[in-house]
Design a protein around this ligand. Structure first.
Ligand code: HEC
Ligand code: HEC
Ligand code: HEC
Ligand code: HEC
Ligand code: HEC
Ligand code: HEC
Ligand code: HEC
Ligand code: HEC
Ligand code: HEC
Ligand code: HEC
Length: 319
C-alpha cells in the first residue's frame, strides 16, 4: 500500500506544477534515483507499470539490452525528449521499460511479443494510464475530455518513435493532425473569411486544448475566465464604461463564427444591419433620435455605431 500512497502524493505534487518546474522536479527525482534506478524501489515502479502488481526490479533488464535486438528503434530514441533526460541523468531516466514494462521475460524468450507491453495491442485506457503515470500533472483532465471519453488515446495524436509533426512528438503537425479525424471542420477554414489556420498563423490549439478543459468543446479560457478570443483581440475585452450587453451576455459567438464565415469580419449574418436587427428594432431606436430612417437600409449601423464592442465615451457606441 506504500506504493499507492506514493503514487497519489506524486500526482498531487505534480498537479499545477508548470513545465519548467516539472523539469526541476524530474531532475530531483532522477538525481536521487528514487523513481527509476535502485533495485527494490517497487513503490516507484508501480507508478508507470500497469495498474496491476508492481514488478520486481529483477524483471527489468535496462535499455542497453533492448538495443541489442531493436537497434533501429534505440538509435532513433537517442534524440527523443524522453531519452534526452535519461542521457542527462546517467541513463537512469525514462528508458524503454518505463513505457513497455519489465522486459526480462520478453528477452529470455528471444522476443516473444506477448511478453512485453505493446501499445498497438493495448486499449485506449491502458495506453493513457501508462502515459498519465508521468504526465498526469500536465493533463489531469484528459480522461474527462471528449478525446479521452471517445477512446482517442495519447497515441491517437502522439507517436513516441515516429513523431513527424516536429514539436511535441506529434504524429503530424496541426492542422493536418486534427483534420485527419475532423474532416468536417476543414471546409470552415476554406471559407471566404476565416482564421488563418491553414496558413499557419493561428493554430487549433490556440483556442482548443486537445487534452481537455472544463469548457465545452475543449475551449481554452483566458486568465480572467473570458472566452479565449480576447487573449488575441484585446481591444474587445473591456471593461468599458458603456458595455454592449450583447457582448457580455451572448459572448463573441453571438455575432461571430469562430472558424470561418462567408461574411466579412466572420459575422454570423450576411449583412450588419440584419445582424443588429435580430435584437434591435431600428425604427424604434431612431424614431426617438431623429436619425434619418432612410439611411438604415443602405448605411451599415456600424458606420455610426463604430465602437460596437463597447465604449468609454458614448452610451450609443458612436465614439
Ligand atoms: C533477444 C532479442 C530481443 C531483445 C533483447 C528485446 N527484444 Fe523486443 N522483440 C524481439 C523480437 C524478435 C520481436 C518481434 C517478435 C515478433 O514479431 O513476433 C520483438 C518485439 C518487441 C515488441 C513488439 C513489437 C510489435 O511489433 O508490436 C516490443 C514493444 C519490444 N519488442 C520491446 C522490447 C523492449 C522494450 C526490450 C528491452 C526490454 C526488448 N524488446 C528486448 C527481440 C528482442
Ligand atoms: C515514452 C514511452 C516509450 C518509451 C520510453 C519507449 N517506447 Fe517503444 N513504443 C511506445 C509507443 C507509444 C509505441 C507505439 C508506436 C508509437 O507510438 O510510435 C511503441 C512501439 C514500440 C515498438 C513496436 C514497433 C513500432 O514502432 O510500432 C518497439 C519494438 C518499441 N516500441 C521498442 C522500444 C525500445 C527498444 C525502447 C527503448 C529504446 C522504447 N520502445 C521506448 C512508447 C515508448
Ligand atoms: C487529439 C490530439 C491529442 C491527444 C489525444 C493527446 N495530445 Fe498531447 N498534444 C497534442 C497537441 C496538438 C500538442 C501541442 C499543443 C500546443 O501546441 O499547444 C500536445 C502536447 C503535448 C505535450 C507537451 C506540451 C504540453 O502541453 O504539456 C505533452 C507532454 C502531451 N501532449 C502529452 C499527452 C498525453 C500524455 C496524452 C494522453 C493522456 C496526450 N498528450 C493526448 C495533441 C494531443
Ligand atoms: C516514465 C515517465 C514517462 C512516461 C511513462 C511517459 N513520459 Fe512523456 N515525458 C516524460 C519526461 C520526463 C519528458 C521530458 C519532459 C520535458 O522535456 O519537460 C517527457 C516528454 C514528453 C513529450 C514531449 C513534450 C514536449 O514538450 O515536447 C510528449 C509529447 C510526451 N512525453 C508524451 C508521452 C506519451 C504519449 C506517453 C505514453 C506513450 C508518455 N509520454 C509516457 C516522462 C514520461
Ligand atoms: C484520432 C482521431 C482524432 C484526432 C487526431 C483529433 N480528434 Fe478531436 N475528436 C475525436 C473524437 C472521436 C472526438 C469525440 C467525438 C466527437 O465529438 O466528434 C473528438 C472531439 C473533439 C472536440 C470536441 C467536440 C465537441 O463537440 O465537443 C474538439 C474541440 C476536438 N476534438 C478538437 C481536436 C483538435 C484541435 C485536434 C488536433 C489537435 C483533434 N481534435 C484531433 C477524434 C480526434
Ligand atoms: C479562433 C479560435 C478557434 C480556432 C483557431 C479553432 N477553433 Fe474550433 N471552435 C472554436 C469555438 C469558439 C467553438 C465553439 C463553437 C460553438 O459553440 O458554436 C469551436 C468548435 C469546434 C468543434 C466542435 C463544434 C463543431 O463545429 O463540430 C470542433 C470539432 C472544433 N472546433 C475543431 C477545431 C479544429 C480541428 C481546429 C483547427 C483546424 C479548430 N477547431 C480551430 C474556436 C476555434
Ligand atoms: C491566437 C490568436 C487569436 C485568437 C485566440 C482569436 N483570434 Fe480572431 N484573429 C486573429 C488574427 C491573427 C486575425 C487576423 C487574421 C487575418 O489577417 O486574416 C483574426 C481575425 C479575426 C476577425 C476578423 C477581423 C477582420 O478584420 O476581418 C474576427 C471577427 C475575429 N478574429 C474574431 C475572433 C473570435 C470571435 C475569437 C474567439 C472565438 C477569436 N477571434 C480568437 C487571432 C486570433
Ligand atoms: C453584437 C454583435 C457583436 C458581438 C457580440 C461581438 N462583435 Fe465583433 N464585430 C461585430 C461587428 C458588427 C463587427 C464589424 C464592425 C465593422 O465592420 O465596422 C465586428 C468586428 C470585429 C473585429 C474586427 C475588428 C474590428 O474591431 O472591427 C474583431 C477582431 C471582433 N469583432 C472580435 C470580437 C470579439 C473577440 C468579440 C467577443 C469579445 C466580439 N467581436 C463580439 C459585432 C459583434
Ligand atoms: C444578440 C442581441 C444583440 C445584437 C445582435 C445586437 N445588440 Fe445592441 N444591444 C443588445 C442589448 C440586449 C442591449 C442593451 C439594451 C438596453 O439596455 O435596453 C444593446 C444595446 C445597444 C446599444 C445601446 C442602446 C442603449 O439603449 O444605450 C446600441 C447603440 C446597440 N445595441 C447597437 C447595436 C448594433 C449597431 C448592433 C449590430 C452591429 C447590435 N446592437 C447588435 C443586444 C444586441
Ligand atoms: C447615421 C448614423 C446612424 C446609423 C446609420 C444608425 N444609427 Fe443608431 N443611433 C445614431 C445616433 C446619433 C443615436 C443617438 C445616440 C444618442 O442618443 O446618444 C443612435 C441611437 C441608437 C440606439 C439607442 C437608442 C436609444 O433609445 O438610446 C440604438 C439601439 C441604435 N441606434 C441602433 C441602431 C441600429 C440597429 C442601426 C442599424 C440598423 C443604427 N442604429 C444605425 C446614429 C445612427
Amino acid at each position: 500500500m506504500q506504493s499507492k500512497g506514493s503514487r497519489v502524493r506524486w500526482a498531487e505534487s505534480l498537479a499545477g506544477v508548470r513545465r519548467r518546474e516539472l523539469r526541476a522536479v524530474w531532475a530531483l527525482i532522477l538525481g536521487t534515483g528514487v523513481l527509476f534506478a535502485a533495485p527494490g524501489s517497487k513503490a516507484a515502479n508501480g507508478k508507470w507499470a500497469p495498474q496491476t502488481a508492481p514488478a520486481a526490479q529483477s524483471d527489468f533488464v535496462g535499455g542497453d539490452v533492448c538495443a541489442t535486438c531493436h537497434e533501429e528503434v534505440a538509435k532513433g530514441f537517442a534524440l527523443n525528449p524522453h531519452s534526452k533526460l535519461a542521457e542527462e541523468h546517467g541513463k537512469s531516466g525514462v528508458t524503454c521499460e518505463s513505457c513497455h514494462g519489465p522486459g526480462r521475460a520478453h528477452v529470455e524468450s528471444g522476443g516473444d511479443k506477448s511478453r512485453i507491453f505493446r501499445f498497438s495491442d493495448a486499449s485506449a485506457r491502458e495506453v493513457d494510464e501508462k502515459c498519465l503515470g508521468c504526465h498526469q500533472g500536465q493533463h489531469a483532465d484528459f480522461e474527462r475530455s471528449a478525446h479521452g471519453d471517445g477512446n482517442v488515446s495519447c497515441v491517437g495524436c502522439h507517436s513516441i518513435h515516429a513523431g513527424a509533426g516536429g514539436e511535441h512528438l506529434l504524429k503530424a503537425a496541426q492542422p493536418t493532425l486534427c483534420y485527419q479525424c475532423h474532416a468536417d471542420i476543414r471546409p470552415q477554414f476554406g471559407m471566404a473569411f476565416h482564421h488563418k489556420v491553414d496558413e499557419g498563423l493561428v493554430s487549433c490549439s490556440d483556442c482548443h486544448d486537445p487534452h481537455g478543459t472544463f469548457n465545452v468543446t475543449h475551449l481554452k479560457s483566458t486568465a480572467d475566465q473570458n472566452a479565449i478570443c480576447t487573449r488575441c483581440h484585446m481591444e474587445t475585452r473591456g471593461p468599458f464604461v458603456y458595455e454592449h450587453v450583447a457582448v457580455k451576455a451572448e459572448g463573441c459567438l453571438g455575432c461571430h463564427s469562430p472558424h470561418g464565415s462567408q461574411n466579412a469580419r466572420l459575422l454570423n449574418m450576411p449583412g450588419i444591419n440584419m445582424l443588429c436587427n435580430q435584437c434591435h428594432s431600428p425604427v424604434a431606436a431612431h424614431a426617438v433620435t431623429g436619425v434619418s430612417q432612410g439611411s438604415e437600409e443602405l448605411t451599415p449601423c456600424t458606420s455610426c455605431h463604430t465602437y460596437i464592442h463597447g465604449s468609454n465615451i458614448n452610451a450609443a457606441f458612436l465614439r
